[in-house]
Write a protein that binds this ligand. Structure first.
Ligand code: FAD
Ligand code: N01
Length: 530
């Protein structure tokens, strides 16, 4: 590791975003360093090692496209790669592009303060070291700040406690044990079927049921891989034109304009194919409640077909809007409730009272547990950023600026915080699209901006307040035209008590990419330079 403490760019986080940012900085001759809290690279895929963890965007799409050599040499083994395979991939990228000498692991950024006079960022680390840089890039992740709900008695529990987003590196042994899992979002839905195979008994504490569609995961063979490799450029280009950043087709028809039989055939086809493509069945699924109800009813019927006990099937059936929270993609989730060693506990009907020394007590019953798993999600999109004491002009903190919810220009930058960028920040499509192209687009935009500034002898860039306000209004207005704000999702911050209820990601891929390009082409419209 180079010892200089004055850098051009400090990058926080060594996930997919931070690593690509570092690569682009190296390529363009900027002195950059990544600071990463974990003791390895990979971000999401370093931390989320729970049983069954894998991506829900197909591996051949959930991967970098910036290097054709990388695309050609990497062989994905399954339709949806497992966490270990994704972690191998990230490590391969770190080695292949010689990134490691510029990555400082096991180090957390605690504070970043903009020095108005000298126009540099002063960054404090939990190692007591201080670094300075002209630019800071926050690649801290949207789903990297684990949420453990405040339930009385947690400290009293004598068994093992885990959070899916902070899973230990060793194998956790569930065999013969009484295991409790709180939560039924994507992480729980992936891990429950795998844990149930080993556990003596698994209690699933469900507050709100989620919709899940089958993954139909499968191994990829050589012929398929070769075909994809040949078509990579065209596939990537085609995916760029879709609203999800993924290749699946969105049916241009509206759900209520076709017959019930046709609708069922379309849902059947998508259910059989598996994956997030289910949401592309009709164009209006996330804008029309009537349309959405048809998809919701279809999934509820499937749950009743799969789950043998009708009362359990009923408890597993959501009555909310499909896709309003992220749609879960499962392998054998609903089938797991037909096992005799799995019990669903409805903690909406009978809320959790406290965790005890022996287990967990709801209003109705006490459960003795050896192991308790929190699959309770994340303080999404803003959590990791707000954990850092980031102070912009005049010492104003990001916590003050975001008191009523996150405010950014394009999800990339903030008024009052010069020379600081966020990768896939709130106000950008981010988690609503395939994250890999979203990350690459942001990193490329930031890199172009920095090289342009260098060429023009500009030292400081800052988002204009008025443009930021307009953008925030536009992001809210766009979400307001859809069904997204109608449920208590983490997109809205509704999963964290006291968090302002604001729809954080921007519903606008791929037009957003054009918008960013136009801003750059208009000499960074909406930004000021000093
Ligand atoms: P991260 O991978 O979250 O990396 C951020 C890094 O920053 C972390 O390593 C963290 O330790 C570090 N960090 C944060 N704060 C600090 C600090 N103060 N100091 C030092 N280091 C810090 N997206 C998809 O598009 N498709 C999928 O299939 C998909 N599957 C997912 C599955 C799971 C289980 C989860 C949790 C998320 C999934 N996502 C998926 C979203 C996923 O987060 C992104 O796809 C992507 O991995 C994010 O990369 P990133 O580099 O932006 O952030
Ligand atoms: O977290 P979540 P996650 N008492 O927030 C429950 C990505 N991801 O880690 O809905 C009882 O979705 C909460 O209940 P409720 C993906 O983007 C992708 O599962 O608030 N329950 C909910 O059931 C995903 O959306 C994959 O009522 C409590 C659960 O905990 C995001 O990460 C896999 C509770 C949290 O669900 C987050 O997913 C994994 C309490 N006090 C993750 N507090 C793929 O498949 C919370 N809950 C690729």
């Amino acid at each position: 590791m180079a010892k200089n403490s004055m850098l051009d760019v400090i990058i926080v986080g060594a996930g997919f975003a931070g690593l690509f940012m570092l690569h682009r900085m190296k390529q363009n001759g900027f002195a950059a360093r990544i600071i990463e809290a974990g003791d390895g690279v990979g971000g999401t895929w370093y931390w989320n090692r729970y049983p069954g963890a894998r991506c829900d965007v197909e591996s051949t799409e959930y991967s970098y496209q910036f290097s054709d050599e990388l695309q050609q040499e990497w062989d994905w083994s399954e339709r949806y790669a497992t966490q270990p395979e994704l972690l191998n991939y990230v490590n391969h990228v770190a080695d292949r592009f010689q990134l490691r000498p510029h990555i400082q692991l096991n180090t957390r950024v605690t504070q970043a303060v903009f020095d108005d006079e000298n126009e540099i960022w002063s960054v404090s680390l939990d190692s007591d070291e201080k670094l300075s840089a002209r630019f800071c890039v926050m690649a801290t992740g949207c789903l990297s700040s684990a949420n453990i709900p405040d339930i009385d008695g947690l400290a009293d529990f004598s068994g093992e406690v885990y959070h899916t987003g902070n899973w230990p590196h060793h194998r956790v042994d569930f065999s013969g044990k009484k295991v409790g899992i709180i939560g039924t979002g994507s992480s729980a839905i992936q891990s429950i079927p795998v844990i149930a195979e080993d556990a003596g008994h698994l209690y699933v504490f469900q507050r709100t049921p989620s919709y899940a569609v089958p993954a139909h995961n499968k191994p990829l063979d050589d012929a398929y891989r070769a075909a994809v490799k040949k078509e990579y450029p065209a596939r990537r280009e085609a995916a760029q034109q879709t609203r999800s950043g993924m290749l699946f087709q969105v049916n241009p028809e509206d759900a209520m304009t076709v017959s019930e039989a046709d609708r069922r055939a379309e849902y059947d086809r998508r259910w059989k194919d598996g994956g997030l493509a289910f949401l592309g069945a009709y164009n209006d699924l996330l804008v029309s409640r009537d349309a959405n109800d048809t998809a919701a009813e279809y999934i509820r019927e499937k749950i009743h077909e799969i789950v043998s006990d009708p009362s359990v099937a009923k408890a597993l059936s959501p009555d909310t809007v499909v896709g309003c929270k992220r749609l879960c993609v499962d392998t054998g989730y609903y089938e797991t409730y037909n096992r005799s060693n799995v019990s669903l506990v409805d903690v909406k009907a009978s809320p959790i009272e406290r965790i005890t020394e022996q287990g967990l007590r709801t209003q109705a019953e006490e459960y003795t547990l050896d192991t308790l798993i929190f699959a309770t999600g994340f303080d999404a999109m803003t959590g990791a950023l707000l954990k850092i004491d980031i102070r912009g002009r005049g010492g104003r903190s990001i916590a003050e600026k975001w008191e009523e919810g996150p405010k950014t220009y394009l999800g990339l930058a903030m008024a009052g915080f010069p020379n600081l960028f966020i990768v896939t920040g709130p106000g950008s499509p981010s988690v609503l699209a395939n994250m890999m192209p979203s990350i690459e687009q942001h990193v490329n935009w930031i890199t172009d901006c920095l090289t342009d500034m260098r060429a023009k002898g500009r030292a400081v860039i800052e988002a204009d307040q008025v443009f930021e306000e307009d953008w925030v209004s536009h992001v809210n207005a766009t979400a307001g035209k859809t069904l997204f704000p109608t449920c208590n999702s983490w997109y809205l911050g509704a999963n964290i008590p006291g968090k302002p209820r604001v729809f954080m990601p921007y519903l606008g891929y791929p037009a957003y990419v054009k918008k960013c390009n136009n801003v750059a082409a208009a000499d960074y419209e909406g930004f000021s330079f000093a």
